[in-house]
Ligand binder design. Structure first.
Ligand code: FAD
Length: 294
């Protein structure tokens, strides 16, 4: 008697962002077959910020054998301080120390290319198409017929302006400083290799939006908060921006209640969007992968 052949287990990852690429490294090490699909030619655009890595993530880098490559690129923080954004009075300081169903999954790309796999990992970020399709399958609807809360599940309360800056002449290095004020906050990282700052500005009301800001919007925001302190003795107006890479984004936040359906599972920003202030978004995406792949 002939039994139907089960195809070998294979994962399709949608999205080659930070979490999707990390998933690829883990699957490669675990010897699990995968393919990664990305809609942009350059998935890692050069925009001005740094990545805060919390302690659990380097443990994973080490297990993947990526530490020798990544360690020289990383700098550890010594101190984190919180100051008043109005007069730089110090407010706080701290020192740091499954089961598989019967059938597989098929992804049809925009250009008609078809990928067959065993499961699909949706690592396609804030405006995840996989999340929308997954919800549509669950509700037996077309994606465009889903309620607004599924179309735009994240809300923004703040916008953030980020840029790399030249080091400050006499300020201590390897320090992170948060400046708090009414309606706005600053965040400054002063490192040996790179220094960067951010201004968070409260929106008039929370909205499920992602606005596209112009260069004029960025310069007006810099002017509006030029007086805010970023470190004791230094305000926003004392910072010298390096190059033209200033980013201005709405800080979308939210958590999706359904992380998976059938053979589709969401990870990273596709399932949870954190305010960038915490520096946790990628780190949390790594935890998703560890739980899923273990
Ligand atoms: C200013 C700022 C500072 C931050 N700082 C930190 C920090 O210090 N530490 C930290 O841990 N996190 C930080 N984050 C958050 C972190 O960048 C994100 O959490 C992380 O990039 C999420 O990774 P992801 O792979 O889930 O999504 P993304 O990085 O958004 O990647 C999604 C990928 O999917 C692709 N894609 C989308 N749709 C499709 C489709 N239909 N088909 C194929 N591909 C598709 C996109 O092109 C993209 O390449 C910061 C975020 C911001 C905005």
């Amino acid at each position: 008697m002939d039994f139907p052949q089960t195809p070998p287990f294979r994962i399709i990852i949608a999205g080659a962002g930070l979490v999707g690429l990390t998933a690829a490294h883990i699957l490669h090490q675990a010897g699990i077959d995968f393919v990664i699909l990305e809609k942009h030619v350059d998935p890692v655009p050069k925009v001005g910020s740094v990545m805060t890595i919390w302690p659990q993530t380097p443990r994973m880098f080490q297990q993947l054998g990526l530490d020798t490559f990544l360690d020289p690129l990383m700098e550890s923080l010594r101190t984190s301080i919180v100051i008043s954004g109005d007069n730089s009075r110090q407010l706080d300081v701290s020192e740091f120390p499954s089961t598989i169903e019967k059938h597989g999954v098929q992804v049809i790309c925009k250009d008609g290319h078809v990928e067959d796999g065993s499961i699909l990992i949706g690592a396609d970020g804030v405006r995840s198409r996989i999340r929308l399709c997954m919800e549509a399958l669950r509700q037996h609807k077309a994606p465009h017929d889903l309620d607004e809360k599924y179309q735009r599940p994240y809300h923004s309360t703040y916008r953030v302006l980020v840029s790399q800056v030249e080091p400050l002449p006499d300020a201590p290095l390897r320090v992170k400083c948060d400046g708090v004020s009414y309606g706005a906050a600053t965040q400054f990282l002063h490192g040996n290799q790179v220094s960067c700052f951010a201004i968070y500005e409260k929106l008039t009301k929370p909205a499920p939006r992602h606005h596209h800001y112009t260069e004029d919007d960025k310069h007006e925001m810099l002017k509006r908060w030029a007086h805010l302190m970023v470190m004791p003795d230094y305000s926003v107006r004392d910072l010298k921006l390096t190059g033209g890479n200033i980013g201005l984004y709405d800080c979308e936040e939210g958590l999706i209640s359904s992380w998976y359906h059938g053979r589709i599972v969401l990870v990273g920003d596709a399932v949870r969007k954190l305010d960038p202030h915490t520096g946790m978004g990628y780190n949390e995406g790594v935890i998703d992968l560890i739980v899923l792949i273990n």
